[in-house]
Design a protein around this ligand. Sequence first.
Ligand SMILES: [Zn+2]
Length: 316
Amino acid sequence: MSETPCVLAADVGGTNLRVALVSAAGDTLQQSECPTPREGDAEELIEALSSTASKLIEGRSESMPRAFGVALAALVNPRNGTVYSSPNLPQLDGTEIARLVSERVGVPVIVENDATAAAIGEHWLGAAKGIDNVICLTIGTGVGGGLILDGRPYRGVGGTAGELGHLCVEPEGHPCGCGSRGCIEQYASATAIVRIASELQSERSSTLKSIPEFSARDVYNAAVKGDEVALATFSKMGRYLGAAIADLINALNPELIIIGGGGAGSWDQFIDHTWTEIRARAFSAPVDAVTIVRAALGGEAGLLGAAKVALDRTPA
Ligand SMILES: [Zn+2]
């Protein structure tokens, strides 16, 4: 019987850390999850990641994983396996994470930005299968971006390309965690939905006033019921998102744009506003060529993308 090749893959977010053994066909064979150590130093996080991975392959009699792909909520350099910076995992700033994890787990480690990994995952097994020019936007607490250009992940000269959440849509706008102002992340993320609704409800009546600390989900539910403030919030969010996407369409002429993350759940409330803004701003030829869809892999995209990166870097 021939051995089935497999790899280790991890998705390290600000809240949870998940590691899995993934087959060459993209099947998750085994997985383990734990909370991401947030308070401690880099060593603590590297140890949690390494030991979770090591436990998955301990005593394994079948083929051992050939490599370990790690998707991180951070600005990373996949070429040398270091972290430039991460607002969500600041203890990792400047860490040679690939080398340190590889020394403990005993397999080569490749790091990838989590949103780029999500784009790779969707291109491999999800909504972008077989499509070569794809932009992936992940709307969650922030807004992440990933690019597949001419069939390959686009990382730029230092590995940091695709930070689409920090496209500026309002030069004097709301301050962003990246140090700039008016980034699309400040107008289209779940965090932004709550802020915009809070600002709008001070001027108008809204059912949201009865919820002490409402969430983006509450704003969505209110919009579905016709709440004026919630509807105005998604109109604003959708239009800002459309302005950013119009720039991306003009710049890159993609065939497909994928919107994923928890924020994609509000799709029916914002997408018409997004399209209106795109049509008002971008050239019609690239607009006619593009489709916008929801992500297909949900929370699995980053992990599967990390697995694909590991499979691609190692000979079969
Ligand atoms: Zn920013």
